[in-house]
Ligand binder design. Sequence first.
Ligand SMILES: [Zn+2]
Length: 178
Amino acid sequence: MDTLFHGVLGATLCSRTGLAGGRRGPGPEFKRRWLLSDWTLWAAFFFGIFPDLASLGIHFMMDAFSGNGVRWHGIPAFVFFLYDVTHSLLGIAVGYGLLVAWKRALWLPALAWPLHVLSDVPTHGTGRFLTPILWPFSDWGFAGWSWWLEPRVFYGGWILIGALWLVVIALRLTRRKT
Ligand SMILES: [Zn+2]
């Protein structure tokens, strides 16, 4: 799916303000401060966009700074290499392991990274952006329905996010009553 979708989906499922917070939500320590003070919300958004940011994002930033304008062609090989690393099970296992070893509390928001790749698998069809889940061992990928060609996939994703937030709201409301 598109990068913004991944960020919002990560924040929806892998933050304490989102579904992972269950009935309790971000917790009393955030109540007195402003609504979006839950750091896991922002971290989950970041890890949600990270696989694209650390690969295609570098290409688009280089294009923007060189004055070429943002282009989908002329993507350098190293960007595809980074795309393979950030979108494969091996890359995720190493990256996630290092992150959690560094800071234990990252275990929840960093799950937005595998979630990104998991949601890319069915929403990318054959072509250069087929999700390289088994890289570097195999070129195999699941030929899914490309979100940029199928409006139903694109809008369906956002409707799903809306539905998930309704579940979050319902959980928090039922907590208040008990
Ligand atoms: Zn991606």
